[in-house]
Design a binder for this molecule. Structure first.
Ligand code: FAD
Length: 288
């Protein structure tokens, strides 16, 4: 690992100005489970590392029936996995968080880190897409909010500008008769990156699907919504034929790569299968 300067700011403003001052040569440090690995491998060689640990108010989970859910960027994935309100109402997020690494990793890894690292395979990303998350961003210039659907730009790239820091994520209250699921396909049973991840959320209205959202991970340059599959289902009663059509549409909208782990064709097949399963399970959960 190369030598670097280490800063522990205590306010967002201080962290943001440090980031701006060291533009292009600084890395923010949250749980460190992505960047420390990168620095050890010398894939990342920052001249300065800025820890977010000492900034108050960046972690924690709050919920109200009116406002919905707020999860601070520094909230550990393990805390999300164990939150009863998220288990009950934002189930795909719990399932995404619980898929990351091991318990040891999730005790360090943060939701902000998982999203800001912006890997196409990030396990929490597809859940954020189907749960309508808004990303809260702050800098010395003020605050802004970006929909998660607009946040990712490419592998490892996102909309954050110089000096900007993600402070948290907001999720609207989940409507009545709704449910969600995240499913991950990996090669090794224990601790492996997704080669396909699919999340779905479904809202039912008298037996028909009022609103479905489908999020795909690891099968495009960024996590994406499978909007064609959603359009196939919306406004209809779910049945096997419709699920088959949605699976086919989701697979067609994905653009996976072939690599050492599996071929693009195989990934497309798995998108098809997991889309059908995730939508079906989300619908079943919406009824309970
Ligand atoms: C053994 C192992 C297994 C893993 N398995 C998985 C897996 O199965 N699925 C998966 O999705 N990931 C996996 N990961 C990757 C990693 O654990 C997650 O991406 C984790 O959520 C990253 O969070 P962190 O807090 O550790 O981020 P860090 O490493 O601290 O930061 C990651 C990146 O995000 C930036 N960043 C962090 N917080 C902010 C913020 N608030 N605002 C702006 N930028 C910020 C940092 O500058 C850095 O570029 C694994 C990692 C390891 C080491």
């Amino acid at each position: 690992m190369r030598n670097f300067e280490f800063f522990e700011p205590t306010t967002i403003e201080e962290a943001s100005s440090l980031l701006a001052q060291h533009n292009g040569t600084a890395q923010l440090l949250a749980g460190g489970t992505d960047i420390i690995i990168g620095m050890k491998a010398r894939a990342l060689t920052p001249e300065c590392v800025i820890s977010l640990e000492k900034i108050p108010g960046l972690d924690g989970i709050t919920y109200s029936d009116n406002e919905g859910l707020r999860v601070g960027a520094m909230t550990k994935l393990r805390e999300i996995e164990q939150s009863q309100i998220i288990i009950d109402q934002y189930t795909a997020l719990v399932e995404g968080a619980a898929e990351v690494g091991s318990i040891q990793i999730r005790n360090l890894a943060t939701l902000g880190g998982n999203i800001c690292n912006s890997s196409p395979a990030a396990d929490a990303a597809a859940a954020l897409l189907v749960l309508d998350a808004q990303v809260k961003i702050a800098s010395t210039d003020g605050e802004r909010t970006v929909s998660i659907t607009d946040f990712f730009l490419g592998p490892g790239e996102n909309v954050l500008q110089t000096g900007e820091i993600v402070t948290g994520f907001e999720f609207p209250p989940q409507p009545a008769n709704s449910g969600s699921q995240y499913l991950k396909q990996k090669i090794r049973e224990v601790m492996d990156l997704a080669f396909v991840g699919v999340a779905a959320s479904v809202q039912l209205d008298n037996g028909t699907v009022k609103d479905v959202k489908i999020g795909l991970a690891a099968v495009a340059p960024t996590p994406i919504r499978a909007s064609n599959a959603e359009a196939t289902i919306n406004g209809n009663a779910l049945n096997d034929e419709l699920l088959n059509q949605a699976g086919t549409a989701a697979a067609a909208q994905s653009s996976p790569i072939s690599d050492l782990r599996c071929s693009a064709d195989y990934r497309r097949e798995i998108v098809d299968v997991l889309t059908r399963r995730a939508v079906q399970t989300a619908a079943t959960r919406a009824q309970s």
